[in-house]
Design a protein around this ligand. Structure first.
Ligand code: ACO
Length: 377
């Protein structure tokens, strides 16, 4: 029993593993993480090589088909994606139904789920060709949907090359990350043979939380709250205080106990962007750099192996790119779509798709007799 309170069914044996810290939920050939060595590979290629040499669309091809494309395959793939970029006119009417102050992530949850209403008839998730078509539709439509979610009426700024490179790197580095919370959510939803767009919508909802993809937006909110470099020691002390729920957002990771390899790439890019745009001395960016230094030299963070994760730097880079904060996690969702759909496709290709159905340890009341309302006090 748990704390001497519970009792269990007597049938079978199962493990009690809250947060799945040591339970593999599937067999996968897509992404490999070595948390101790700080390594991350997509289909066997380390992400530093991919981030340095290839584009996001090549990364999509690699994840989806398992191999890097030849030039001909890449051109063909790009053309197929381009052909699917437009969304149904009626989808645009959908946007009018949201509150004018809606967070773009709430719009994305609704809109991507809504796509299932246009692509549901005769859907056969057991057919590999149909699954491939869904994957291409998703990769193609996500940027369009995200762009509509953002109020383009504000006008577009001129974009320097360093910004284009930074955005492409962000997309590559976020493309897949094995069985994280949102991917596990997509797999569990898919395991009931649900519509693929509905599966992705559940992944978007899971990603939104500040302990997951929402950390990039939460990191910037935290920097605002800290306000200036003099306040850093006070906030570091709060993060260490076990009576306070405050955490340094963008620090720590369940699997990486050395350094998040994506963060290493983003850190280089972040410092390059700040330098080339000549904004390292601007309040918020200076504060981020000082906070990074302070936490990395503090025994509390060192002993718990708490390093900046990818969201610490991606938030700062996206802010430097003048992307509105509530779009940060939408961009993450856009990048992760290829990982979600590839993982879904892998699961659906298995000879038997078993519905995801964890058990629990029951600690509630023992069986009781129903009491009529007039006898209750
Ligand atoms: N600031 C201060 N202390 C922290 C932080 C942090 N950011 N992260 C973990 N700790 C401490 C915990 O209090 C705990 O201390 P204790 O051993 O004294 O009890 C210890 O480090 C271990 O932390 P856990 O919460 O057990 O780690 P877990 O693996 O469950 O959580 C998580 C990982 C959710 C990422 C956590 O580090 C966190 O909340 N970070 C901030 C949010 C964030 O950046 N999320 C993005 C993750 S990356 C991504 O999803 C793309």
């Amino acid at each position: 029993s748990i704390d001497g309170r519970g009792f269990f069914e007597k049938t079978g044996l199962y493990t009690y593993d809250p947060g799945f810290t040591s339970t593999a939920s599937c067999v996968s050939a897509i992404t490999y993480i070595d948390g101790d060595l700080g390594q991350l590979w997509y289909r066997g290629y380390s992400i530093d090589q991919l981030a340095a040499n290839c584009t996001f669309i090549e990364t999509c091809f690699l994840l989806l088909y398992g191999e890097l494309p030849s030039q001909r395959q890449l051109d063909e793939f790009e053309n197929r994606v381009k052909d699917e970029m437009l969304v149904h006119e009626k989808i645009k009417d959908f946007y009018k139904g949201f509150s004018p102050n809606a967070h773009p992530m709430s719009i994305m949850c609704g809109i991507v789920g809504g796509l299932s209403s246009f692509y549901h008839e005769a859907v056969d998730v057991t057919d590999p060709k149909q699954r491939e078509q869904y994957a291409i539709k998703l990769i193609a439509k996500m940027p369009t949907l995200a762009a509509i979610a953002f109020r383009t009426s504000k006008g577009l700024p001129i974009i320097p090359q360093v910004m284009v490179d930074a955005l492409d790197k962000i997309l590559i580095l976020h493309a897949d990350h094995e069985q994280n919370a949102s991917t596990s959510t997509v797999r569990i939803t898919g395991s009931s043979l649900a519509n693929p767009f509905a599966c992705i919508s559940s992944g978007i909802a899971s990603l939104w939380g500040p302990a997951h993809g929402g950390a990039n937006e939460a990191c910037l909110q935290m920097l605002d709250e800290i306000g200036s470099t003099e306040n850093i020691p006070k906030y570091i002390a709060m993060a260490k205080d076990k009576n306070s729920s405050f955490r340094i957002m963008g620090f720590g990771h369940r699997v990486y106990k050395n350094f998040d390899p994506r963060a290493k790439e983003m850190q280089k890019m972040c410092h390059r962007v700040l330098q080339e745009l000549n904004i390292s001395n601007e309040g918020l960016f200076e504060l981020a750099i000082e906070l990074e230094k302070a936490a990395l030299s503090d025994q509390y963070f060192i002993s718990r192996k708490l390093y900046p994760n990818v969201d610490f730097y991606s938030g700062i880079v996206l802010q430097a790119l003048k992307i509105p904060r509530d779009m940060f996690t939408v961009i993450f969702a856009l990048a992760r779509s290829i990982g979600w759909i590839t993982q879904w496709n892998e699961m659906m290709s298995e000879s038997i798709v078993k519905i995801g159905r964890p058990r629990q340890l029951y600690v509630g009341n023992k069986k009781r007799k129903y009491m009529d309302i007039k006898n209750r006090v």
